[in-house]
Design a protein around this ligand. Structure first.
Ligand SMILES: [Zn+2]
Length: 375
């Protein structure tokens, strides 16, 4: 009992410290301050904090909510963020202990939880999800899950199914709303792979569209129209292949192979292309400015967060999270609507410049954590 209590105090303290550091990473995202070499300082008087003024949660009480150098009030968001994250992480760790996770799985689970929390903080503060962080998390989780389960196939399929379904969903929504859809060039290797797969069901052949993509991306430029056509072509092809596998070849394992290929295309042409191609080799995807890559639009950052959930917990949990997040989001939206209409009719003009922006990542992550708790 005592050991258990000590363990939870330890977990709580570590979580609060990590939370404090994640908050610092997010706060310094658009400044030049290093997140490693520059110690914490008061944002008002720039005085370096002493060690005891850096203790998460407690320091807020020790300092009585004020900077000890200049007396400026410390924002309570630091205190609230640290407390909330420490509570959530402790709760999730207790669930993981209940489920008797082995130590390596436990470490991975904690990494997964903190990665999602970091992205929530980014969405709340900057309204963006940095692809560098989300794609790195996907890659780390995929490699770790493959090593632990000794199978590379499952995380690849989870990645492929998630990206493809969400991309189609967004494509159709954009098409119905007659909005300019932001299809990227990934439909090129996808269509190629689907056509190859129709004739030769060999997973090794997926290397052809991947290599061609890396070669072509520097020289090719597709108009939005052609991209949209290719995207619909890929949808028709995948439906054809489903029908073929189910009713002509009577072989469900073909669908598995098909999605391993799709997952590999997203892994190489989307994630590794971004992490290696764009970050290190200075490749640029035509028709996409660098700002659009990190902006959270419908399907921008949300997809990558869902992909993190999918590669770690499977695509079913990811879709369940999306479903629950939509319900939570709708519920909060209705509450806000009622509040504005019925109670707060005078202050409608107070809406900020971000009034049209609804951070959706917090809902997805909250939904995912609720599902983990009750699953
Ligand atoms: Zn100060």
């Amino acid at each position: 009992m005592l050991l258990k209590t000590l363990f939870y105090i330890f977990t709580f303290a570590i979580s609060a410290s990590v939370a404090s550091y994640l908050k610092l990473i997010v706060d310094r995202y658009d400044s030049d301050d290093s997140v490693i070499f520059k110690p914490s300082y008061c944002p008002s008087c720039k005085e370096k904090l002493l060690w005891w003024q850096n203790i998460p949660i407690l320091s807020f009480f020790l300092l009585k909510g004020k900077c000890s150098f200049c007396g400026v009030k410390i924002k309570s968001e630091y205190f609230i963020t640290e407390l909330l994250i420490a509570l959530v992480v402790s709760g999730l760790v207790s669930v993981a202990i209940r489920d008797k996770l082995a130590f390596p799985q436990m470490l991975l689970f904690v990494y997964f939880v903190f990665a999602l929390i970091l992205l929530v903080l980014f969405d709340l503060k900057h309204k963006i999800i940095p692809h560098f962080i989300s794609y790195t998390s996907i890659l780390v989780l995929m490699v770790a899950v493959s090593l632990l389960d000794k199978s590379f196939i499952l995380p690849v399929i989870n990645l492929g199914v998630l990206f493809l379904c969400v991309d189609y969903f967004i494509g159709f929504v954009a098409w119905i709303l007659k909005k300019e859809s932001d299809f990227n060039l990934i439909s090129v290797p996808l269509v190629l792979w689907l056509m190859i797969f129709f004739f030769y069901q060999n997973i090794i052949l997926v290397s052809i569209p991947i290599i061609l993509y890396f070669l072509a991306v520097k020289f090719l430029s597709f108009g939005k129209k052609l991209n949209t056509i290719l995207w619909f072509l890929s949808f028709v092809l995948i439906m054809t292949l489903f029908v073929k596998a189910l009713f002509v070849d009577f072989d469900i394992s073909l669908i598995k192979d098909l999605f391993v290929g799709v997952g590999l295309i997203y892994l190489f042409c989307e994630i590794l292309f971004y992490l290696i191609g764009i970050q290190f080799l200075n490749l640029r995807v035509p028709n996409q400015d660098s700002k659009a890559e990190t902006a959270v639009v419908l399907g921008g950052g949300d997809v990558t967060v869902l992909a993190i959930i999918s590669v770690f917990l499977g695509f079913k949990i990811a879709f369940l999270s999306l479903f629950l997040a939509s319900i939570l989001g709708l519920f909060v939206f209705l509450l806000q609507f009622i509040y504005k209409r019925l109670i707060n009719t005078k202050n409608i003009k107070l809406e900020s410049e971000y009034a049209h922006y609804v951070p959706f990542v917090p809902y997805i992550v909250l939904a995912c954590f609720i599902i983990i708790m009750i699953y």
